[in-house]
Design a protein around this ligand. Structure first.
Ligand code: GLU
Length: 331
């Protein structure tokens, strides 16, 4: 399988495809939040400072995230911030056949199996929990016979899981150098175990969709929030199986309120709607976001393109851990 030709050849740098292609990959579950704006700014700066291009992909795979108005507001907020893109918007909800083709390839290579575990069974499993708070799948359905699969399929539609190598097999250890957080190494069997590529309701899993899209959209650099650091090993493993190149990863800090709470989309006080109602110019907000990583002085106002001339990963003051931001600049 790893030797198989990729679905489309890896994108090589040409005039139309410069060396760096970054991406915005928002989930349109609500208005863009200060934390999302920060991740988007970092992704844009990293690509633009290298003369690269940006792709916009709306991650609306989950039917609950299929919200065209929210997607429109996100695009409007990105444009307001001066964060432009060269390709897209692509909508994941319209790419099911592309994902199905990748899952078929994994299935044909015998790398997947149907999983009938219910949510309650998964929660009851005693396996240790992975770093991102999800469980390590204990392999319950790994060895089902054809007869067991046929019997269970009559009662329940299965999810599809990808087998990962045993903990002592070097193929299951993924090492990478994160642009912001440095060297990381993860053992898939300990981090997550066999993981989902399709849910039991038929919805394609995030990990699979992101890997297929990043490859087919020519993405060479993924800059996103540190909450997704734990996905790199799964995504890299899928890239290897599908014959795709692995992008460079950079995981930027999450912004938290002074009391340590993560700024979530539920707290409307710091979403872009509230901020824009209060502050007509984006430069002030960009200054606040840039000052979180030492790219601007506190109180400085400047545009996205001005910031791009200052940006380099070496210049950033990024530490593992969250960045505290308060809403004072609104007052
Ligand atoms: N759609 C995800 C989010 O909005 C981001 C996925 C990614 O960057 O890989 O959190």
């Amino acid at each position: 399988m790893p030797d198989q030709q990729p679905i489309r050849p890896a994108t090589r740098p040409t005039a139309a495809h410069p060396a760096v292609t970054g991406r915005f990959a928002p989930t349109p579950s609500g208005r863009m939040h200060l934390g999302n704006a920060f991740s988007a700014l970092m992704a844009w700066l990293s690509a633009r400072a290298a003369g690269g291009r940006m792709v916009l992909r709306i991650e609306d795979l989950d039917p609950r995230a299929q919200n065209p108005e929210a997607a429109q507001l996100i695009m409007d907020d990105l444009a307001w911030l001066g964060l432009d893109w060269d390709e897209g918007p692509w909508y994941q909800s319209q790419r099911d056949e592309t994902y199905a083709a990748a899952i078929d390839r994994l299935e044909a290579a015998g790398l997947t199996y149907p999983c009938f575990c219910t949510r309650a069974e998964l929660h009851a499993a005693t396996a240790p929990h992975a770093s991102d708070g999800t469980y390590v799948y204990p392999g319950t359905c790994r060895g089902l016979t054809a007869q067991q699969i046929a019997e269970r399929s009559r009662l329940r539609r299965p999810a599809t899981r990808l087998r990962v190598p045993e903990a002592d097999d070097p193929a299951g250890t993924i090492a990478f150098d994160d642009l912001a957080l440095g060297h990381h190494e993860e053992v898939l069997a300990r981090e997550c175990g066999d993981f989902l590529v399709r849910r039991s309701d038929g919805v394609v899993a995030y990990q699979l969709a992101v890997v297929v899209d990043d490859a087919l959209m020519g993405v060479t650099q993924v800059v996103r929030g540190a909450d997704l650091l734990g996905s790199v090993a799964r995504q890299t493993y899928l890239q290897r199986l599908l014959g795709y190149p692995t992008p460079t990863y950079g995981h930027v800090p999450l912004l938290v309120a002074p009391d340590g709470r993560r700024l979530s989309k539920r707290e409307h006080d710091l979403d872009l709607g509230a901020i824009r109602a209060h502050e007509a110019r984006p430069e002030r907000l960009l200054g606040v976001l840039a000052s979180c990583v030492g790219l601007a002085e506190k109180g400085e106002s400047l545009s996205a393109s001005q910031l791009a001339t200052r940006f380099s990963w070496e210049a950033l003051r990024v530490h593992a851990g969250n960045v505290v931001v308060d809403g004072d600049f609104l007052s």
